[in-house]
Design a binder for this molecule. Structure first.
Ligand code: NI
Ligand code: MN
Length: 226
């Protein structure tokens, strides 16, 4: 059994077999976050790309908790230069074994400059193989046809952006659901600011009507069981 919790925007906590994972930690400057960076538990930090709204609190939380940061090689190197001790650098298409399960760094179509202008490598998503099942975080991305390949893994829960403007929006996210064929889908990266405001309930209705997949909508602070 694993429990997913939304911290608003693209930030997700995941508790699996007593380990705490935190995806794209953006809490202190995140208007939708129900907790601050000094109050979250983390054994592992997963960072999808270099943008501030994904990497913002990674350094702070890694230093406080000693969590292992899993990201692309460039972001890991950048964090190490800033004093983060434990990192695991990857690149697209690679998979690694961790104490909680497997992590695969998947393709994302986006950009990845770090907050100080340093190159942030290629943006990615995460496919996690856990004892409770497979969960796919698309993270910040446009729609792409190879989501069909990612879906062949047999995804139990997909976390997809629906905010539009910076990532795919509601229409493309429906197409992504069709390609990925997960059992359930949870929307992400919306309603943080007016530019990415979306009606998640209306989107969930469309998922029910137009696909075979079960949508799950959570408010920031709410959990989903896997
Ligand atoms: Ni981004
Ligand atoms: Mn973003």
């Amino acid at each position: 059994m694993a429990t997913l919790i939304w911290y608003g925007h693209g930030t997700w906590g995941l508790e699996t077999a007593g380990q705490h994972l935190l995806v794209d930690p953006f809490l202190d400057d995140n208007p939708a976050a129900p907790v601050k960076a000094d109050a979250v538990q983390a054994d592992f930090l997963l960072v999808s790309h270099g943008h501030y709204d994904h990497v913002a609190d990674a350094e702070k939380i890694a230093k406080r908790t000693g969590a292992l940061v899993i990201s692309n090689y460039e972001i890991c190197t950048w964090l190490e230069k800033r004093g983060v001790r434990r990192t695991h650098g990857m690149n697209l298409g690679g998979q690694c074994q961790q104490p909680f399960g497997k992590v695969k760094l998947t393709v994302a179509h986006h950009s990845s400059v770090l907050p100080d202008g340093s190159p942030g490598g290629n943006p990615g998503g995460f496919l996690l193989t856990l004892p409770a099942g497979k969960i796919y975080f698309a993270c910040d991305t446009a729609l792409f046809g190879d989501m069909a390949l990612i879906g062949r893994a047999g995804i139990d829960l997909a976390v997809l952006p629906i905010g539009d403007n910076y990532t795919m929006g509601p229409d493309d996210a429906i197409e992504a659901v069709r390609l990925l064929k997960p059992k359930r889908v949870v929307p992400s990266h919306y309603n943080t600011w007016p530019v990415i405001a979306q009606d998640a309930q209306a989107w969930a209705e469309r998922v029910r009507r137009e696909t075979q997949v079960e949508p799950v909508i959570v408010a920031p602070g709410q959990q989903v069981a896997l």
